[in-house]
Design a binder for this molecule. Structure first.
Ligand SMILES: [Zn+2]
Length: 594
């Protein structure tokens, strides 16, 4: 039953996907498949026109076919995926997903010729055509971003072929080894064998002994596998350096990731430095947490220790109202958009067997109301998830004027509206809460922000160091020592970090599969906190520039979008503003305890 608004009451329910397709099979689906083929045929038929001196109108025509191809494939893909998420045992949805996967691969191959041609085109003609491309220019620029670092066609082919069984093969091997690891854990005098995620539940246990035992069980296994896992890492790092720095000419190992994110290196440096300068605020928090737990000093083993949850159940309609009121107090326009998501029956909120867990927002089509999936259980966390996913949805709706190629925000800005909605909700919930609830809400927020900002920033600081060391021939022991040092640095003397954590880095998969990726988390949340601080300082005058950021979608580079909206992320002071918000929260927590 789709979601209904009865008066002002919202009921939990299942979404309707009718705005995409009426069923997983039938004439509408077949028509969409035919449309994709027609678009691919049209692109292929125009391939002979792909010469450097191509007329602007002919170029734009091909581009429009690519937009159409992308739109319809995304629509089919979204429908197949959402049908499957709504019921993971739906065999028809599964079959449709298989068909769509094949279609996408085929469509991509058939449009590939255009991409390759565009990437290889000379600067002068590219500039001429970019002017004609209108809103799709940033998409085209993105394709050419790596041009200065591209090798000859023959070299690129060799790199591709060798990668499959080289660096990519090693990363796959790493994933295989680590996902098959099991851990022996003593529980109530009995030894049990656990997966990593089962084991890590004990790291969140009430008992300090069990928390410590969980980490020791984890790290003991990493220690025994350390020789092979660090050897794999060294090969990946050396390969990264040989290809990206030595062959392609990137100025540093991280520079590749910065270009991929389209963020200037100097901005990333400033971000990481500001993180390094703000460790004291989390140290204050960890000292507080030790006191709450009745410990003389927090140990790394206690970092995930639970604090009591004092919140009573929040009915769905209250949760929705709270989120909508929060949006409305900030901007009635955003609230109206969020309401439309609910009114259109695009929210799957109930818990039922076979439905995918967690929360997500699907907003891959400009002009269509996004769909969101949550599993509402009445906890604060569930209301937060609703705010987060509705944040994603309104971001997409604000950018609806762009094309299928330019409306999704770039990775560094992808969590802007979702995280902003969350901090607005926190503020709303703190109002009128008793001191126990305030403590729960603030502590949870600070802990999550630590995991996203400081922990991730220091991971990247470690990676930078490890890459330098490995290229210079460091041993595994030396890498472990460097890791322990980087792990200890942000804690100062507020947290005791046992020697055994030196082996922890071999378990962090992004080091192997996505080097330097993790600063994007710190970037995303700190950006939102910095924006929020400006909102607190400027009040309603801030709102239009915030809405402007959202309305760009993915039609410009992150730096350009923020510049145009009046935020200079090259400045250290901008990022510091984000930490000032967190520092204020820790201050409030300190006040509650005194
Ligand atoms: Zn999100």
């Amino acid at each position: 039953m789709p979601q209904h608004m009865q008066g002002s009451a919202y009921e939990e329910g299942r979404w309707s996907l009718d705005d995409l397709f009426p069923a997983t099979s039938g004439p509408e689906i077949e028509q969409a498949f035919a449309d994709v083929q027609a678009a691919a045929d049209a692109i292929e038929a125009r391939q002979s026109a792909l010469v450097p001196e191509i007329e602007e109108t002919a170029f734009v025509e091909i581009l429009e076919w690519i937009v159409k191809l992308t739109y319809v494939t995304d629509k089919l893909d979204g429908f197949a995926v959402l049908s499957f998420f709504a019921d993971t045992e739906d065999q028809e949805a599964l079959a449709l997903r298989g068909r769509v996967d094949t279609l996408q691969a085929d469509a991509r191959n058939r449009a590939l010729r255009f991409e390759l041609w565009w990437k290889a085109l000379d600067e002068e003609n590219a500039r001429r055509l970019l002017k004609a491309a209108g809103d799709n220019a940033y998409y085209l620029r993105t394709l050419r971003r790596f041009a200065p670092y591209t090798l000859s066609e023959v070299e690129e082919r060799i790199v591709n072929v060798k990668n499959v069984n080289g660096a990519a093969g090693l990363a796959k091997l790493y994933t295989m080894i680590t996902s098959n690891l099991t851990f022996d854990f003593e529980s109530d005098g009995e030894s049990i064998e656990l997966t990593r995620s089962e084991l890590m539940d004990y790291a969140r246990d009430e008992s300090p002994e069990r928390r410590e035992a969980a980490f020791r069980a984890l790290l003991a296994v990493y220690e025994t596998r350390s020789a092979e896992l660090s050897q794999i890492y060294k090969c990946i790092v050396n390969d990264w350096h040989a290809e990206k720095v030595a062959l392609r000419g990137f100025s540093s190992p991280i520079a590749f990731r910065d270009l991929d994110n389209d963020i200037p290196e100097v901005v990333v440096e400033t971000l990481l430095e500001t993180c390094r300068d703000n460790t004291a605020l989390y140290q204050r928090y960890f000292r507080l947490k030790a006191r709450w737990l009745g410990l003389p000093k927090l140990r790394q083993f206690d970092l995930l220790a639970p604090l009591e949850d004092t919140v009573t159940e929040i009915p769905f309609s209250d949760g929705v109202r709270l989120v909508l009121d929060t949006f409305r107090a900030f901007s009635p326009k955003l609230a109206a958009l969020a309401e439309r998501v609910l009114a259109d029956g695009h929210v799957d909120s109930e818990i039922r067997p076979g439905k995918r867990g967690g929360g997500l927002s699907w907003d891959a089509l400009p002009g269509l109301t996004p769909w969101i999936l949550i599993n509402y259980g009445g906890r604060v966390h569930d209301v937060t998830t609703l705010a987060h996913e509705l944040g994603h949805a309104v971001h997409a709706m604000m950018a609806a004027e762009h094309s299928a190629l330019t409306f999704s925000p770039p990775l560094p800005l992808a969590e802007t509206a979702s995280s902003f909605a969350q901090i607005l909700l926190l503020e709303a919930m703190l109002e009128g809460a008793d001191s126990e609830l305030r403590r729960t809400l603030l502590a949870k927020y600070i802990e999550d922000s630590y995991a996203q900002i400081l922990r991730q920033a220091f991971r990247v600081l470690f990676e930078q160091r490890a890459h330098r060391m490995i290229v210079d021939g460091a041993t595994s022991d030396e890498i472990c020592a460097a890791y322990l040092e980087t792990l200890r640095e942000p804690f100062g003397d507020s947290v005791e970090v046992d020697e055994i954590f030196r082996h922890g880095w071999v378990g962090i998969s992004h080091f192997y599969t996505q080097p330097f990726y993790d600063y994007a988390y710190a970037f995303g949340l700190l950006l939102v906190l910095a924006l929020y601080r400006r909102y607190r300082a400027e009040g309603d005058a801030f709102v239009p520039s915030y809405l402007e950021i959202l309305s760009y979608g993915g039609s410009k580079a992150p730096l350009e979008i923020l510049d145009q909206a009046g935020f200079d992320i090259r400045q250290r002071a901008f990022w510091q503003g984000g930490f000032d918000v967190l520092s204020g929260m820790v201050g409030k927590l300190e006040g509650l305890v005194e």
